[in-house]
Design a protein around this ligand. Structure first.
Ligand code: BTN
Length: 255
C-alpha cells in the first residue's frame, strides 16, 4: 500500500493482506513494548472487532482497517473518549477531502460512528490498558471504513444501515484516505486536550435534540439528547426528568 509518508512520517506503518484484527495485533505489540505510532493497516480482517463485543465486517479489498498505538501522558479513564472523538473528526474531515462531489456531509453519531446520509460508513474502537492509578498505559485506536461496496454485499444484519464511501474503485483512494485520517488525527492528538476539535465534534453530531435509547447491560432507557460539551460528553434527559452527562456508552437513534 502506498501512503504519503511525508505527511505522517512519525508513524511506523505495517501493512498486511490479512490479519485477524488490526487492534489485536497492535495490542500484542503494545504489550511487547512497541512505541507510540506503531500502526497496522490490513486489506482484510478475519476477526474484525466492533464495540460491545460485536464483530466488524471486514472483507477483502473494499475496506480500510487500521489501528494505531498511542501512549498518551496523563490521560485518565475519562480522557480516553477523546481519542475516539478526535478520530471521528479526523475521519469526517478526511472523507470530505477525498470525496470530490460530496452528496452528504460526513456526520457523527455519538460516540464513535460516522454516517454519510442514513448509512454508517465507519466505526471506531478505542481499547485501553490502565495502570493501578487509573492512568492510560497505552491505547489502541482502531478505525474501520467501508470504502467500496463489498463484493458479496453486506451481511443481512447490517445491510439496512451499512454504507460505503465510493460506489466504484478509484486508484489510490484508500491510501489517500488512510494518510488523510492519520495525519489529521495526529494533528489533533499532538495539540492535546485543548485542541479545537471538540467544537467540530459537536457540530458534526446529528444526535443533539433527538430522542434516543441509552443502552446498558440491563436494558435501554428512553432519553432526549440536550448537548455535547467540550469533553465530548453527551448530556441526556431521561423520561423521568433526570439529567446525566455520559462519557462513554452506547446509544441508539432513529436515522
Ligand atoms: C464499531 O463500529 O463498533 C467499531 C468498529 C471498529 C472496527 C475497526 S477495523 C480496524 C480495527 N480492528 C478491529 O478489529 N476493529 C477496529
Amino acid at each position: 500500500m502506498y501512503i504519503d509518508f511525508m505527511k505522517i512520517k512519525k508513524l511506523d506503518i505495517h501493512t498486511y493482506a490479512e490479519v485477524e484484527s488490526t487492534n489485536t495485533l497492535v495490542k500484542e505489540q503494545a504489550v511487547l513494548g512497541a512505541k507510540e505510532g506503531y500502526t497496522v493497516i490490513a486489506n482484510r480482517q478475519t476477526k474484525g472487532r466492533g464495540r460491545v463485543g460485536r464483530t466488524f465486517f471486514s472483507p477483502s479489498n473494499t475496506g480500510l482497517y487500521m489501528s494505531l498505538l498511542l501512549r498518551p501522558e496523563e490521560y485518565g479513564a475519562k480522557d480516553a473518549v477523546r481519542i475516539t472523538t478526535m478520530a471521528a473528526v479526523a475521519v469526517c474531515e478526511a472523507l470530505e477531502v477525498v470525496m470530490e462531489d460530496c452528496e452528504h456531509r460526513p456526520q457523527i453519531k455519538w460516540v464513535n460512528d460516522i454516517f454519510l446520509g442514513k448509512k454508517k460508513v465507519c466505526g471506531i474502537l478505542t481499547e485501553g490498558s490502565f495502570d493501578s492509578k487509573g492512568m492510560l498505559e497505552y491505547a489502541v485506536l482502531g478505525i474501520g471504513i467501508n470504502v467500496y461496496p463489498p463484493e458479496e454485499g453486506f451481511p443481512e444484519e447490517i445491510e439496512n444501515i451499512a454504507g460505503y464511501v465510493f460506489s466504484s474503485e478509484k486508484e489510490g483512494e484508500k491510501e489517500k484516505l488512510a494518510a488523510e485520517v492519520l495525519q489529521r488525527f495526529m494533528t489533533y492528538y499532538k495539540a492535546g486536550k485543548d485542541s479545537e476539535y471538540a467544537e467540530k465534534y459537536k457540530q458534526r453530531n446529528f444526535v443533539i435534540g433527538k430522542e434516543i435509547y441509552v443502552l446498558s447491560g440491563t436494558g435501554r432507557q428512553n432519553a432526549v439528547v440536550l448537548d455535547i460539551d467540550e469533553a465530548c460528553r453527551l448530556q441526556v434527559r431521561y423520561a423521568d426528568g433526570k439529567e446525566e452527562w455520559l462519557d462513554s456508552g452506547e446509544i441508539s437513534v432513529q436515522v
